[in-house]
Design a protein around this ligand. Structure first.
Ligand SMILES: [Zn+2]
Length: 300
C-alpha cells in the first residue's frame, strides 16, 4: 500500500525511499485540481505513480506539483513525474526555480555532500522546462477548485528556498522540513539541519511564522500526520537551538564529523528510549550534524 487517506481530501503517499517504508512522503490533495506536495527521490517516482493509481488519480489529472524545496528527497522526482503529467504546472520558491530548471549545480553540491554511490541510489533529478514552472515568493494563494484553496508560504531556515503549504479551509499544513523529523514509532524528534544552507535563526523565526497560522494538524514529510502541533513546534525550536550549541562545543574541541555524530546519535537514542536507531535515522542525524558544522565553519 502506497497511499493512505489522512485528512479531508489529503492522502499520504509513501515513496518507499531507498526501499524504506515510512521515511519520505509525498502528499496528494485530491480536489478538482489534484495537487502533489513533494515528489520524493527521482529513484522512487514509480512508487508515487503507484500511490496515485491506488487513489484513482491518473497522471494526466495532476494540475500542480509543489516541490517544497529542491533537496533531492522532495524535488528529485519532479522532472520525471512531469513527463507523465502533461496538464501539470510546477510551483516552487523563486530561489529554488533555477535549480529545478538546470540541476547541474544541485547535483554537484549534493554529490559533494553524499558521495556518488549514495547519489546513484537517490537518482538524479531531470531538468524541468522553464515554461512549466511558476516561481512563488513570500506568500501565494492557490485555487484548487470547488472552494478548496491553499496558501504557499516561504519558510526559510532548513533551506533558503523552502515553502510550506496550508489548506485554507481545514488549516492542515504541509510543513516541508520546517519541523524536525518525527518517524512513526520513534519517540524522539531529530532536527533537520542539513548542509549547505541551514540557518538556525531563520529556522526558529519560521516556526514562529507558521505557528501564527494556527495549523490544526501537521503533514510532515518525514513522516506522517501530527496532531500534537504545539509539541512539534516547541520541540523543533528547542532542539535546533540546543544542537547548534552542543555541536559548536564539540566542534571547538576539534571533534570530527563522525565523532560529533556519535555523540548526537547517543542522545537521540536515549531520547527515543532505544539502544540503536534504524539506519535511515542514523543517516538523518549525521546529515544534520554535518549541516550544523557547515554553518559553524561559515559563521564562526
Ligand atoms: Zn527532507
Amino acid at each position: 500500500m502506497y497511499a493512505t487517506k489522512v485528512s479531508d481530501r489529503v492522502y499520504i503517499l509513501d515513496t518507499f525511499a531507498l526501499g524504506h517504508q515510512g521515511t519520505v512522503s509525498a502528499y496528494l490533495v485530491n480536489g478538482p485540481k489534484p495537487t502533489l506536495v513533494d515528489c520524493g527521490y527521482a529513484s522512487s517516482y514509480e512508487n508515487v505513480l503507484q500511490g496515485l493509481a491506488e487513489v484513482g488519480v491518473m497522471p494526466t489529472d495532476l494540475r500542480y506539483l509543489i516541490p517544497t524545496h529542491v533537496h533531492l528527497d522532495h524535488a528529485g522526482a519532479t522532472g520525471r513525474l512531469l513527463k507523465e503529467m502533461p496538464n501539470a504546472e510546477v510551483l516552487a520558491h523563486e530561489r529554488g526555480v533555477p535549480h529545478l530548471v538546470d540541476p547541474t549545480r544541485l547535483i554537484e553540491s549534493s554529490t559533494k555532500v553524499f558521495g556518488s554511490a549514495i547519489m546513484a541510489s537517490y537518482g538524479l533529478p531531470e531538468p524541468i522546462p522553464a515554461d512549466r514552472v511558476r516561481a512563488v515568493g513570500r506568500e501565494t494563494s492557490l485555487d484548487l477548485g470547488d472552494g478548496l484553496s491553499a496558501t504557499l508560504i516561504h519558510t526559510p531556515g532548513h533551506a533558503p528556498h523552502q515553502i510550506s503549504v496550508v489548506l485554507d479551509r481545514t488549516k492542515a499544513m504541509f510543513t516541508a522540513d520546517a519541523v524536525g523529523i518525527v518517524y512513526p514509532g520513534m519517540k524522539a524528534l531529530i532536527p533537520t539541519t542539513p548542509p549547505p544552507s541551514f540557518n538556525p535563526s531563520e529556522l526558529v523565526a519560521t516556526i514562529g511564522t507558521i505557528r501564527q497560522m494556527k495549523p490544526t494538524e501537521l503533514l510532515v514529510p518525514h513522516f506522517g500526520v501530527r496532531k500534537d502541533v504545539g509539541w512539534v513546534f516547541d520541540r523543533t525550536t528547542e532542539l535546533v537551538q540546543r544542537w547548534v550549541e552542543e555541536v559548536k562545543g564539540l566542534w571547538k574541541k576539534g571533534m570530527s564529523l563522525d565523532e560529533a555524530t556519535e555523540v548526537m546519535l547517543r542522545e537521540v537514542a536515549k531520547d527515543a528510549g532505544a539502544a540503536d536507531l534504524p539506519i535511515y535515522a542514523q543517516v538523518s542525524v549525521r546529515t544534520s550534524v554535518m549541516g550544523i558544522i557547515h554553518y559553524l565553519e561559515k559563521n564562526f
